[in-house]
Design a protein around this ligand. Sequence first.
Ligand code: BG6
Ligand code: MG
Length: 245
Amino acid sequence: MDSDRKIKSDTGWADGTEAKSSRQPSCNSLAKSCAGIRAVIFDLDGVICHTDEYHYQAWLAVARRLGIPFDRRINSRLRGVSRMESLNIILGEAGRHYTEEEKQRLAEEKNRIYREMLGRMTPEDLSGDVKSALNGLRLKGIGLAVGSSSRNTSFILERLGLSDYFDAVADGTQITRSKPDPEVFLLAADKLGVQPARALVVEDAAAGIEAARAGGFPSAAIGEAASRMGADYVLEKISDVLKLV
Ligand code: BG6
Ligand code: MG
C-alpha cells in the first residue's frame, strides 16, 4: 500500500493520526442541505493549506520592488481570483500603465517566488484539523474534491502528499473563467458525478462563495471574513464540516 492510499484508509493517516470521532450532527438544528450532501468540494489555498499566506508574501515582494502600495486589506480582494486578475488589482494601485508584456513578466516573477515557498512544503504542512475533516468525511462515505483557481494545484497536492487522495480535482489549468464564475465547481461536481445541490463548497474567499451560489451549491465559509460572505454556513474550523453531513 503506498502512502497516499494509506492516507485514504479508514483507520487514520500515514503519520498515525487517528480519525477523530465526530459528534453525531444535530440535523434538526442545522439548515436545509444537512440531509442531502453527498460530496464536499474544498477550495485549496486558505482552506486545505495555508498557501494563501505564501500568495500574499510573494505579491508583497513584487509590489515592494515596484514601489506599489500593497497590504493585507488589498490582498483580501485577491482571494479566489486568478493570477492575472490578482496582478490587475495590485497594479490598480500603481501610478502608471503596464503593458501586457510587462504584466506577463510580473506574473512570472510572482509565481517563481511563490513556487519557491511551495517547494519547501511537506505533508507536515497539512494541519491535524484538515486531516480529521478529510478522514471523517471519508468514513461517512462523502465524495471529496478540490475546486481551485490555482494553476499550481497539482504541485501543492504533491507537496502535501495528496496527489491521489481526492476523488476529483478541478483547477485553474482546466477552466477558462475563474471564481466568482462557478465553472471550477461545476467541473468538480461533474467529475464527482453529483448534482450541485448535493455538493457542499468550502471556501475562504468571497469570490468562492459567490461562485458556489451562482452554481447552485450550498456553501460553508471559513476564515477572517467568513461571517460577512453570505455563505449558508460559517465554520470556525474545517473539521466543523463533519457536523453538516
Ligand atoms: C486561488 C488563490 O486559489 O488561486 C488566489 O486564492 C490565486 O489568490 C489563484 O491568485 C491563482 O493561483 P496560482 O497558483 O495559479 O497563481
Ligand atoms: Mg482560497
